[in-house]
Design a protein around this ligand. Sequence first.
Ligand code: NAD
Ligand code: ZN
Length: 357
Amino acid sequence: MKHRNFKTVPRMIFGRGSFDQLDDVLMEERQNADDYVVFLVDEVHKDKPLKDRIPNQSHDLVIWLDVTDEPKTTYVDALTEQVQAFGNGKDPVSVVGIGGGSSMDIAKAVALLLTNPGGAVKYQGWDLIQNPAIHHIGIPTISGTGAEASRTTVLTGPDKKLGMNSDYTVFDQIIMDPDLVAGVPKDQWFYTGMDCYIHNVEALNGTYINEFARAFGEKSSDLCDEVFLKDHPEADEKLMMASYMGGQSIAYSQVGACHALSYGLAYVLGYHHGIGNCIVFNVLDDFYPEGVKIFRQMMEKHNINLPTGICQDLSDEQMDKMIQVASGLAPLWDNVYGPNWKEKVTPELLRSLYLKM
Ligand code: NAD
Ligand code: ZN
């Protein structure tokens, strides 16, 4: 058996106010007078105080990101071209992504595509990236996805939602500043936070589990309990660390049934990752009985109401596509059932689950 040679984020800063150290970090990258930095920032921050704290110099490029839809290959291709046009043949010395999973993934993708030509679609998959990325930094402003820790950037392309997975995808630096999550709307806080909670349940109950992934997954799970069941006064700090540790856990194991089904929902109905996962998880009693029970307590505590009946009026074609997307995620089902998963993951099973949502 060959064990995974796991690439992690080499440098990280954690703590309230640590965003202000971004300038110092970038100064290490700026060597020449014409070196420039690209800031890719969730446009929700355009009218917030964070805007005035971004350490951009006069010759840097700041782009406000539209994250109405989850990142598409066409969008990251267009942003890459925008950066190339701005640089006029010269690459930036760093690409900084500030926002949620969407913005951080966009930053990873642009940093990769600047040095790997031909457009994002070409690299959706595992280890297709040939060249090291431009130096890139991730700064979460909402916690849960673990995108700050992972070796993927999830993109929706013309025929699939699939990440560009590679060692080069991993951020060179992350800054985790709990101050930055102030102002996240309650429902979104819950949905993105539950992404983390679900990562842990799926990792800890999967066949891929090992002591490395368990160590991170269990701690992350405990932190989620403190945040979502106990209203801990340091909930922002705790959820930020839970997100990072959940990301570490799944990086050395795998997610499971919820993520597979949620990818189908996202692809056909456009549900965003966090809420999509919650809708799916709520019908997975047979897969994760204890996890679903606690999830419902968390929903009740925070007055979360999920949409229902969302697959009732789907055409056969739409349902077939969702089933195709969900059943195509082989490693996830392998993690759920083991190598004979194909006998278990039938179209009938997936259809019956979708019809419960
Ligand atoms: P998101 O980045 O789409 O942000 C959700 C919403 O929160 C947006 O409207 C955003 O503007 C808003 N927001 C963010 N920070 C805010 C703040 N401080 N104040 C107010 N509003 C704020 O959502 P997400 O759940 O963080 O990320 C989902 C995306 O991450 C999906 O595209 C998913 O595929 C991807 N993802 C990636 C990985 C990975 O490992 N790369 C893992 C899981 C999910
Ligand atoms: Zn997830």
